[in-house]
Each structure stands twice: as C-alpha cells, then as structure tokens.
Design a protein around this ligand. Structure first.
Ligand SMILES: Nc1ncnc2c1ncn2[C@@H]1O[C@H](COP(=O)(O)OP(=O)(O)O)[C@@H](O)[C@H]1O
Ligand SMILES: [Mg+2]
Length: 296
C-alpha cells in the first residue's frame, strides 16, 4: 500500500514544490512507483512535470484580443467580452480532468491521473480551478476533509508513494492533504526555512497538524526538513537548535541554499536532481531521498 507523504507548510516560498518534485523524481529513479498529487491552484509542480510554459508571449496577447473582438462581434458587452476572452486564455491549457474535478466529485481519480516524462512518476494535475474548491468543500455537510483520502483509496495499491504538494496556507484543501495521511508510516513533511517568517510558518503548520491529529482518527508522523540553509552562523545555530530539540522529527539532511541550479532546472522544467545531479543542492536532495527510502 502506498506510503502517503504530504509536503505542508502554512507559508509560501519555503521549498514545498522543489522538495516534492525532487523527492518524487528521486524515488521514481530508485524504482519506486510514485504519484505526485498537486493540491496547489498555482500548479507549479504540474507545469514542470507536464512541460507547460507559464510565460506570457506577445502572440498570446494578440490571441487574447482576437477572442475579445470575437465576443464583441457576438454582441456581448465590452467588459464581459474582456472577461470571457481572459477566461478562454486561462483555460486554454486545461486537462480533460484534474484534481479539482476529483475533489468536486465530477471525475474519478483514475481518469485524472497522467503519466509524465519521467518513468515511474505519475501526476494528478492541478489547475487554477482548484482555487474554487475550498469554498465548495466548506459547504459540504459531511466528509469534507476526507475527499482526497477516499479518492486515494482507489489507487493506493498501484503506488509505492503518493506525494502531495500544497498551497501555502491552511484551508479545506490542505486539511484534505493532512487527512489523506491516515495510517502508520504516512508522513507530513514541513519544509522549514531559517528566517523569522519560516519559523512562524513551521510553528503554524505544526499547530494545524496537532489540531487535526486530535480531532480525527489519524496516524501520521511529522518531520521537519530544513530547506535553503545559508552558511552563516545564525542558520547553523538554528539548524543545530532544531536538531537538538526536535531530534528524530527533523531530517538529518539539510537542503542548502543554491539559487542558480534550482532556478535553471525549473526554467527548463526539470528537477535539479535530473538536470544538475552533481551540484551541492542536488546532492542534498539525493540524501533526502535516501532518508525517505529508509524510513520504516
Ligand atoms: N535550496 C534552494 N536554494 C535556492 N533557491 C531555492 C531552493 N529551493 C527552492 N528555491 C527557490 O525558492 C523559490 C520557492 O521555492 P518553491 O519550491 O517554489 O517553494 P513553495 O512551493 O513552498 O512556494 C523558488 O523560486 C525556487 O526556485
Ligand atoms: Mg509551491
């Protein structure tokens, strides 16, 4: 049965997506069958794994204006025409089905899963539409937090690992991700960046984990992963302090800050482990993969 790992943090920019992609890729290269579930409407994991470019072009601006003109021709009022042209643009690269359809119950999870350019690595894609699912989940009377877990039930025998990327704040979607980690051995990883905001994010995420563990009958471990560590004395002192105090609940591996290979790999829609395997930051991610592989 798949081990379920949610990468969660109530804060943006602390390495959730980078860590999910490299963990998923590293496990897949190690021969494990992996599903990456993208639960972030910004869908950065989806863009990288599916090779979708989010860059604007001058040509797309022209196409947008052509669509606008078409709507005007149909006799639609100018503001609504602009709205509809924009809608057409943002929906252009849609998948037939994505995680938003699964959460809302209009598609089965098997129909939404795509294979990726990487062997052994499948994707449950996200799109901007997922942003509307939080409100819809909130209006559900029962079982609103276990929709994702129920969907995973249908596929958990087909994978060794299911890894969930998340958006940077607590809402019904992140609570669904936490609730999907329900059995012994499942893991919530909190990427932790050593700065004031990062530590606040880690505290707030731990708080979410505790409250859900108390309320629901869940069983998962929580582990911090230090990301983007700089070489200065403050970062070193804090990493040591976290390791001394959180002990087994911190990964031994610390991911160093190394902007260029990470940014270049991302621009090329690859993981840094794939594109620049010999860089220090990729080697950190490789060690992190081994640590996850060796967890009970
Ligand atoms: N170890 C690292 N060193 C330097 N830059 C990093 C590192 N990890 C991630 N980044 C960069 O930091 C930004 C946020 O990372 P990302 O993984 O997208 O975080 P999140 O998903 O939590 O928002 C991105 O621009 C990414 O390229
Ligand atoms: Mg992200």
């Amino acid at each position: 049965m798949a081990k379920i790992i949610a990468m969660v943090s109530n804060k943006g920019g602390d390495g959730k997506t980078t860590s999910c992609l490299n963990l998923a890729y590293g496990l897949a290269v190690a021969g494990k069958k992996v599903l990456l579930a993208d639960m972030d409407p910004q869908s950065n994991s989806t863009s990288i794994l599916m090779g979708l470019s989010k860059d604007l072009t001058a040509k797309s601006a022209e196409q947008y204006k052509e669509a606008y003109a078409r709507y005007l021709d149909e006799g639609i009022d100018s503001f609504l025409a602009a709205f509809k042209a924009l809608e057409e643009y943002v929906n252009k690269n849609d998948f037939e089905a994505d995680v938003h359809d699964v959460i809302e119950g209009t598609t089965g999870i098997k129909e939404a899963i795509r294979s990726t350019k990487y062997e052994n690595l499948d994707l449950l894609p996200a799109s901007h539409k997922l942003a509307t699912s939080d409100l819809k989940l909130k209006s559900k009377l029962a079982g609103a937090l276990s929709v994702l877990r129920k969907a995973f039930k249908q596929i958990e025998n087909e994978y060794d690992y299911i890894i969930i990327d998340n958006q940077p704040f607590e809402n019904s979607l992140t609570l669904n991700s936490l609730t999907a980690c329900y059995k012994e051995g499942d893991l919530v990883i909190i990427p932790t960046k050593i700065d004031r905001g990062g530590l606040e994010g880690t505290y707030s995420t731990l708080n979410s984990c505790y409250s859900i563990l108390n309320e629901e009958e869940l069983d998962f471990d929580v582990k911090l992963l230090v990301t983007m560590k700089n070489r200065n004395g403050i970062d070193c002192a804090w990493v040591q302090a976290l390791k001394d105090t959180f002990q087994d609940a911190v990964f031994d591996t610390v991911i160093r800050y190394q902007a260029k290979p990470i940014a270049d790999a991302s621009l090329n829609q690859q993981t840094v482990l794939d594109r620049y395997p010999n860089t220090p930051v990729a080697q950190d991610y490789q060690r992190f993969v081994y640590e996850v592989l060796n967890q009970k």
